[in-house]
Ligand binder design. Structure first.
Ligand code: NYM
Ligand code: MG
Length: 235
């Protein structure tokens, strides 16, 4: 059967703000693909079980503080440490369904305000205090340049209002509606990049409808990707 032998699996990423339903949909997609006879496995980032992942996990749980640039690089390192495994799985024909990837890394870090001030000299002498600029998308993308490129990035689109109806955000870092609104804007900027295969799915639909939409997109991309080499992200 072509589903089993000789072809690489597809790299499918689910992205979206917190509470969009990514984890549930990722689980259901893996299950549905397996029922159709595909080899499929789930993966998620951050993957909190490695040494780097534990640092990131404790930061998210507010049990530790890590400087903003540093933690951005740790999130990226957590992806890079899984690249050999990702490549091996894809090569052996396994389709990977990944819950968050580099796009979360960029969207979340670039939504942060940099703490601290910069003194700049005014034209007529003296100094003025100004805020340091935010993290640019460009800076945030660099550590992830060259990662395996997803064949498909599904964006689960939900308004912050709709997301807040699904119950309270958790108590981890970034889980406030103000921050999530900024994150949505950053994702929108990332989706302007036409070198990636972004597909937006309305996550306010029923869980079943969302699932069917993602499954259809995924089956199509598995067929398309199996004869193509894995690309490099943002390279
Ligand atoms: N997050 C996730 C980042 O800030 N950078 C990253 O690179 C990744 C992958 O971690 N609020 C943030 C987004 C989430 C948080 O994710 C934990 P999850 O899916 O709740 O475990
Ligand atoms: Mg979460």
């Amino acid at each position: 059967d072509w589903r089993m032998a000789g072809h690489r699996g597809a790299l499918i990423v689910l992205e979206g703000a917190d509470r969009a339903g990514k984890s549930t949909q990722a689980r259901r997609l893996v299950e549905a693909l397996r029922n159709q006879g595909y080899q499929a496995e789930g993966m998620r980032f951050p993957e909190r079980t490695t040494e780097i992942g534990r640092l990131v996990g404790s930061y998210l749980e507010k049990k530790s503080n890590i400087e903003d640039h540093t933690v951005h690089l740790l999130f990226s390192a957590n992806r890079w440490e899984h690249v050999p495994l990702i490549k091996e799985k894809l090569k052996s024909g396994i389709t990977l369904v990944v819950d968050r990837y580099a796009f979360s890394g960029v969207a979340f870090t670039s939504s942060k305000e940099v703490k601290g001030h910069l003194s700049v000299r005014c034209r007529h002498g003296g100094f003025k205090e100004t805020e340091l600029p935010n993290f640019s998308l460009h800076w945030c993308k660099q550590p992830d340049v060259g990662l395996p490129k997803p064949d498909l990035v599904v964006f689960l689109n939900i308004t912050p209002e709709e997301a807040s109806k699904r119950g309270d955000y958790g108590t981890e870092r970034y889980e406030t509606s103000d921050f999530q609104k900024k994150v949505q804007k950053r994702y929108a900027e990332l989706m302007d990049d036409k070198s990636l295969n972004w597909k937006v799915v309305d996550a306010a639909q029923s869980m079943e409808d969302v699932h069917n939409a993602i499954k259809q997109l995924s089956e199509a991309i598995i067929t398309e990707a199996r004869h193509q080499p894995v690309g490099k992200l943002w390279a």
